[in-house]
Design a protein around this ligand. Structure first.
Ligand code: ADP
Ligand code: MG
Length: 534
């Protein structure tokens, strides 16, 4: 259709049609160049030997990370097409959680080839359609390479979690973090719905101090705060009966702003007495149920507890943790297997949770409250992450998130695939062969795009300081000889069977990377004008 439209125009008025397409070409080219700049920025971070980025924001905050999604999120990208690459990385993070650098690098390479196809005169629609067909076929190739996985095979899960941690700043701790991530995810899988993992059931608590080695999985609850024991209340309770309350134990306030003038001492005394009785009444009611631990939700209307109520609670030997965030309530009640209590009138024993021990523990430079031995504990897990400084701590959390996502991917879709550039080179090879069977423009486009996929092994080798051309050529040869699992062993600096090196990743990470990257590139190709609206 495009060719047909171009012919009469070219014959009638050559100059006009030239000017017309120039603007579109320029817009497309500008978009592609801007998007590629973003891809180039993260390219050096790919792979286990990739570099890390230090990001300094305007407010003086510094982050060190290797995670593509984080790097791009923190970068202030203005050009709209370049922003699409930032979103691409974010989508990959949502879909798979890992492969966030890979997806952007792939998109960058596909864009580069698109640009050369466009300048060779191929119509953008033809390029885009070819890319669509290629991505569908690529997923088939990946499925062909996939290795089915049994969830009882904990070893394989640990290996893939370790692969995702390999490339992180905290990679030296992967022998600790990988099994931890696997245990954390497996412990929240509900046997009734074995395919679904909600990572909100895994809570990560960061605490400065110690080293990443001290990171632990806690069967129970952890609060990153102290017990409120200003009035000398208990800091350790055994056989705890725990209530999660959403009301305030403080004198009520009126809705309207007003002031009362008390001129008489006896009246003053009466007010204070009223107040005392009111609070004492509440505390008695709480104590009557046998409750000895109170978790109090943060209140914005008035103080959730006052000095007076803390005093009475301490007298009643009730341990108090105040300022619990509202959005944590769901996780807490699920873990404790109890119900939140919104009003003192509804304070009943059947709403309490039970645990063998609630205690305040000193850790690092602060204190935490630990609840362990919970009766009928819900399917949740807490991971207490430690680190010697804030930068390491934050990166450890992000890396752990990637590892958790990898395990989640495997629970969702139980297939593994080799890493180390093996899937990309195999796709490239098979798609290149397929291109030869096709005809015309499509064959040409697909051949180009198939070659573009080699960017991943190429970059892995380059970042590891290897001779990338020699390595990729050898890799291609090995795959041509039928070794579909041959990949780049960055440690030995040579091509080996990557499965023997235990470098595996979830199939979902690779399939979603190629599909999302292709989709994003197609979207960029289809844009022929940028309209600014103010
Ligand atoms: P992403 O953010 O895309 O996950 P990474 O920096 O984690 O980027 O790099 C992932 C790539 O590194 C994958 O292609 C994976 O196969 C490869 N990889 C990871 N560990 C190794 C290893 N030990 N040897 C070779 N390749 C590896
Ligand atoms: Mg990764």
């Amino acid at each position: 259709m495009a060719a047909a439209a171009a012919v009469p125009r070219a014959s009638s008025s050559k100059t006009e049609s030239y000017v017309d397409t120039k603007r579109r070409d320029d817009v497309r080219q500008a978009n592609i160049i801007a998007a590629r700049a973003v891809a180039d920025a993260v390219r050096t971070s790919l792979g286990p030997k990739g570099m890390d980025k230090m990001i300094a924001s305007a407010n003086g905050e510094v982050i060190i990370t290797n995670d593509g999604a984080t790097i791009l999120n923190k970068m202030e990208v203005i050009q709209p097409a370049a922003k699409m690459l930032v979103d691409l990385s974010r989508s990959q993070d949502a879909a798979a959680g890992d492969g966030t650098t890979t997806v952007v690098v792939l998109a960058g390479s596909l864009l580069k080839r698109s640009l050369s196809l466009l300048s060779a005169g191929v119509h953008p629609t033809a390029v885009s359609d070819a890319l669509h067909r290629l991505s569908i076929r690529a997923v088939d190739v990946l499925h062909g390479m996939a290795i089915p996985l049994d969830l009882s095979n904990r070893d394989a899960l640990v290996k893939s979690a370790a692969t995702s941690l390999n490339s992180k700043v905290v990679s030296q701790y992967s022998s600790l973090l990988a099994p931890l991530a696997v245990d954390a995810v497996l412990s929240v899988v509900d046997p009734a719905q074995p395919d679904i993992v909600d990572l909100r059931d895994v809570k990560i608590v960061k605490k400065l101090g110690g080293t990443v080695d001290d990171t632990e999985l806690i069967k129970g609850l952890v609060f990153d705060k102290k017990v409120s024991h200003s009035a000398g209340g208990p800091t350790r309770v055994e056989n705890a009966k725990i209530a999660v309350i959403q009301f305030q134990i403080s004198p009520p306030k009126t809705d309207i702003e007003q002031s009362i003038v008390v001129s008489d001492y006896t009246q003053m005394d009466r007010i204070l007495r009223e107040e005392r009785n009111y609070i004492l009444g509440m505390v008695k009611k709480i104590k009557a149920t046998g409750c000895n631990v109170l978790l109090i939700q943060k209140s914005i209307l008035r103080d959730a507890v006052t000095d007076l109520s803390l005093h009475y609670l301490a007298k009643a030997k009730i341990l108090v943790v105040k300022d619990v965030e509202r959005d944590e309530i769901e996780f807490i009640t699920k873990t404790l297997n109890c119900l939140p209590i919104a009003n003192i009138e509804h304070f009943r024993e059947d709403k309490l949770g039970f645990a063998s021990c609630v205690e305040e523990v000193s850790i690092g430079d602060g204190k935490i409250v630990k609840i362990t031995g919970i009766k009928d504990m819900g399917r949740t897990t807490t991971v207490l992450v430690r680190g010697s400084n804030q930068l390491v701590l934050d990166e450890a959390e992000r890396s752990l998130h990637d590892a958790l996502c990898v395990v989640r991917c495997l629970v969702n879709k139980k297939f593994l695939i080799a890493g180390g550039g093996a899937p990309e080179i195999e796709m490239s090879r098979q798609l290149g062969a397929w291109a030869k069977e096709l005809q015309g423009m499509e064959s040409y486009c697909i051949k180009e795009f198939a070659e573009a996929l080699e960017v991943v092994p190429y970059t892995l080798a380059e970042n590891a300081g290897l001779n990338s051309i020699a390595i990729v050529t050898e890799l291609r040869n090995r795959h041509a000889q039928g070794e579909i699992n041959a990949g780049i062993n960055v440690r030995k600096g040579q091509i080996t069977n990557i499965l023997e090196e235990n470098i595996v990743q979830p199939l979902l990470v690779s399939t979603s990377a190629i599909t999302l990257a292709a989709e994003c590139v197609r979207m960029i190709l289809k844009i022929d004008d940028i309209v600014t609206v103010r």
